[in-house]
Write a protein that binds this ligand. Structure first.
Ligand SMILES: *[C@@H]1O[C@H](CO)[C@@H](O)[C@H](O)[C@H]1NC(C)=O
Ligand SMILES: [Zn+2]
Length: 425
């Protein structure tokens, strides 16, 4: 995609310097960038053409209806002169990132040794997330343990938490969550943390929660792309991919969610350009993160089987069912998946009226090849395998930079949706 290339070229110089002397790599500033949603009227290509002279940063891949894009301060006057049909998503992206980056100090476990709910009032550093999980697990040693699903390019553990109920560890079918495969989608880790937190904290007091945790083993991996997440906090808030380098290219990063070894070879749903945001890698499953995730996923499938898999993303407010690789392919149990997704969307809406659209991934949003959901459906035989794109829709305000005040509402509505699904499926 043309815009991605421009974006990446703007980064080339700092990245090249970084290879020689990592300390020199400067944090990307979005100060003064204004983010617009441009109506495309089914012709995104013509809009992209008009934006080609600008150092613009695109936000979305499906530009059928609209193109969301950050315009740098030096291009704003020329952009305005184009007279496009626009809405403003961020008046000043840099200011909104700075606001979001005011992390509260993690106040650690409360008197009962359970982390405080204050955790969900702000975003946090990667190190604090690691501590949060260790504290949460430590408070419930009878029902949980920390797990790891391999190692990232830069050597970070792809850690997670395993929860179980009265049947004992590993005795029930798996409910399996991935968060933060795309580094900039910060809200996803908070939402899976809230679900893990409630399952553990309410297990002894709430009959519904007890029923759920007694019926399934939960495997929750909040950061399947830990290097990318750290990079969004140290260098570039809008980074998406992992941090893998490739010989022959100075561009960094492979999209782990285009790298799964299933339908990877198809040509319509990922990029072979190492500079693109959806770069699929040189070979199926050739990212270290994917190798670890595949091995871990295989172990769950070979154990009690996978009842439900959810890959948590943002943004757009979608519940996406199989498949990504083909817009007319449907899962064998498609009708049932649709009924369940409809019920989940209704339950989500009950808390704050937030509307989620549901349907097969390719036909609802866009084609993806080498995606986790297709792999989990056909290779791992997960009964349900979904992608959930969290808040916002983008139509009123913000995008990847979701204000901290919306963490808890996002988490609460998803918890409600999940309790519906976990008691109905
Ligand atoms: C138990 O949890 C469920 C799911 O969140 C909730 O709907 C229900 O109201 C809770 N019950 C009690 C007694 O708090
Ligand atoms: Zn994503």
């Amino acid at each position: 995609m043309k815009l991605s290339t421009i974006f990446v070229q703007a980064l080339l110089v700092p990245l090249a310097l970084a290879a020689a002397a990592p300390k020199l790599e400067k944090k990307v500033s979005y100060d003064g960038y204004k983010v617009f949603r441009i109506s495309t009227h089914h012709d995104g290509a013509i809009i992209k053409e008009k934006l080609a002279p600008f150092a613009a940063v695109p936000f979305n891949l499906n530009t059928e209806e609209h193109l969301d894009v950050a315009i740098p301060p030096q291009d704003l006057a020329a952009f305005k002169a184009l007279n496009l049909e626009t809405e403003v998503l961020h008046e000043n992206l840099g200011a909104d990132i700075a606001e979001e980056g005011k992390f509260a100090a993690y106040d650690g476990p409360s008197a009962q040794a359970v982390p405080s709910l204050n955790w969900f009032n702000s975003y946090h550093s990667y190190a604090d997330h690691v501590t949060f999980f260790s504290d949460l697990q430590g408070a419930f040693p009878q029902n949980s343990e920390l797990i790891t699903a391999g190692t990232s390019v830069q050597g970070r553990s792809i850690f997670g938490i395993h929860l179980w109920g009265s049947g004992g560890k590993g005795s029930k079918p798996a409910v399996y969550f991935h968060g933060t495969v795309h580094a900039r989608e910060w809200i996803t880790a908070k939402v899976v943390e809230y679900i893990a937190y409630n399952l553990l904290v309410q297990y002894s007091t709430n009959a519904t929660v007890k029923t759920i945790l007694d019926k399934y083993d939960f495997y929750i991996l909040p950061f399947v792309n830990p290097d990318g997440f750290v990079y969004t906090q140290t260098n570039d808030r809008l980074w998406r991919k992992n941090r893998q380098t490739r010989s022959g290219s100075s561009c960094v990063g492979t999209d782990i969610n285009r790298n799964w070894p299933y339908k990877w070879e198809l040509t319509n749903g990922a990029s072979t350009n190492p500079c693109a945001e959806t770069y699929k890698g040189v070979a199926a499953g050739d990212t270290p993160e994917n190798k670890g995730l595949v091995a871990f996923t295989k172990s769950l499938a070979a154990g009690k089987g996978i009842k439900l898999y959810i890959d948590w993303h943002s943004f757009g407010q979608y519940i996406l069912l199989p498949y990504g690789y083909d817009c007319s392919a449907r899962a064998a149990n498609h009708a049932r998946q649709t009924t369940l997704a409809s019920g989940v969307a209704s339950r989500i809406a009950q808390s704050y009226g937030t509307r989620f659209t549901y349907g097969p991934s390719c036909s609802t949003l866009y084609a993806t090849t080498g995606s986790s959901v297709d792999y989990l459906t056909d290779v791992s035989k997960a009964e349900l395998a979904w992608t959930i794109e969290l808040r916002p829709t983008g139509s009123s305000s913000s995008g990847f930079i979701l204000p901290a005040a919306q963490i808890l509402p996002s988490a609460i509505e998803q918890w409600e949706g999940m309790t519906y699904l976990l008691t109905t499926m």
